[in-house]
Design a binder for this molecule. Structure first.
Ligand code: ARG
Length: 401
């Protein structure tokens, strides 16, 4: 008896997931391997992947375009949550994993598979995100992770694949490990493993080097309705078109790069380079329109929720009860988060230079320093007396009078 009879394998077309196909069959006694490649708007032709899976021994090869769901149901809620892991990483890779887990489980149910599989190793966050999401969606489905157990080096993996007709990568394989989708690119390994080594310019594909950016600033206006981005420069765009457009505009001004050391869930620190132009600017703009439309206490309380939310997404808890409860909180806060933010892009910077909203809580007659000021200055005195009373009493005590 093998570990499973029929398996749906998350498939990228790379050597590792290709080798998973014969490995599952030969070493673990799986009879049927169905591959599933998710199109997340990575801008890559997935047709050849289909063929590749079949020649590598898959019985069925599925490609599913889930780009729109990815943006609407995964990226947009994260924008409403202003989600930045460790205050910097907008979670482009992390957000894709629960969606891939979902379509894996759906395919397993549809094709009557008793297990799903992925090609993650035992050191990363992605294995956690897959395994925990799958358990949340269908706890009866087994998860197989061959690369977590096989202990083969890169060379051994390639050699193993060759025995089963999996071609050796033609071009000298890049030293980098790269994950990409419509939201961005995550690049690690190779020379980047030394945190002191500057990333080579060639690793960036979505963002221009400052030397190649336009010499004139460009203004872009982003409109939000109930916390969701709907228009760019006054033009209504579908979620996918909006992200695509902003990636382009923002990236060409060299905005959207992050070079960071992050703390993985498994306890390791790792150095990652991200580029995520649209998502970063959208979070910045969203936070700004919130500053105009949310009350002081909601704004400040939400910061803590956002921190927890970001950690939960990073740590693979997308489908957990606390995460869903936080979703409900965040959604409630977004009811009046509507308006337009104006951003100036120039030479690697994105600065918000204006914002407006019909839901604005900014009261000009209270804020003004001019003659039409309506704020009751005298009322401040009594307020300050009460506000400062505990501190006054403490000070008198400490000073002994
Ligand atoms: N560290 C990022 C995360 O955990 C990206 C992981 C994938 N990165 C990669 N270069 N393969 O979300």
């Amino acid at each position: 008896m093998g570990r499973a009879t029929k398996v749906v394998l998350a498939y990228s077309g790379g050597v590792d997931t290709s080798v998973c196909i014969p490995y599952l069959k030969e070493e673990w006694g799986v009879e049927d391997v169905i591959t599933l490649a998710a199109d997340l708007g990575q801008g890559e032709e997935l047709g050849p992947i289909k063929e590749k899976a079949l020649t590598s021994g898959a019985s069925i090869s599925l490609v599913e375009d889930v780009t729109e769901i990815f943006v609407k149901d995964y990226a947009f809620p994260a924008i409403q949550a202003n989600a930045l892991y460790e205050n910097r990483y907008p979670l482009g890779t992390a957000l894709a994993r629960p969606l891939i887990a979902k379509i894996l489980v759906e395919a397993a149910e549809k094709y009557g598979a008793d297990a799903v599989a992925h090609g993650c190793t035992g050191k990363g966050n992605d294995q956690v995100r897959f395994d925990v999401s799958i358990a949340a969606l269908n706890p009866n489905i087994k998860v197989l992770a061959p690369a977590r157990e096989w202990g083969m080096s890169r060379e051994e993996t390639i050699a193993y694949g060759e025995k089963f007709g999996i071609p050796t990568p033609v071009k000298k394989s890049s030293p980098y490990s790269i994950d990409r989708n419509l939201l961005g690119r995550s690049v690690e390994a190779g020379p980047l493993e030394d945190p002191w080594t500057e990333a080579e310019e060639e690793i960036y594909l979505m963002t221009k080097a400052i030397a190649d950016t336009p010499d004139q600033p460009e203004y872009v206006e982003i409109t939000f309705e109930q916390g969701l981005p709907t228009h760019v420069n006054g033009k209504a765009l579908s979620p996918v078109a909006l992200i695509t457009e902003l990636n382009d505009v923002v990236g060409r001004h060299g905005v959207g790069r992050i070079d960071m050391i992050e703390n993985r869930l498994v306890g390791i620190k790792s150095r990652e380079i991200y580029e995520s132009p649209a998502l970063l600017v959208l979070i910045q703009a969203h936070r700004d329109i919130e500053s105009l439309t949310l009350t002081k206490d909601v704004t400040q309380y939400k910061r803590g929720i956002e921190e927890t939310y970001s950690q939960m997404v990073y740590n693979g808890q997308w489908y957990s009860p606390l995460k869903m409860a936080l979703d409900a909180f965040i959604e409630k806060t977004q009811e009046r988060v509507s308006g337009t933010v104006r951003i100036k892009l120039f030479k690697g910077t994105a600065n918000i230079v204006g914002r407006k909203s019909n839901e604005s809580l900014y009261a000009p007659d209270l804020a003004t320093y001019g003659a039409d000021d309506t704020f009751d200055h005298k009322a401040a005195e009594g307020f300050i007396y009460v506000w400062g009373l505990p501190t006054r009493i403490w000070s008198e005590k400490v000073r002994g009078n």
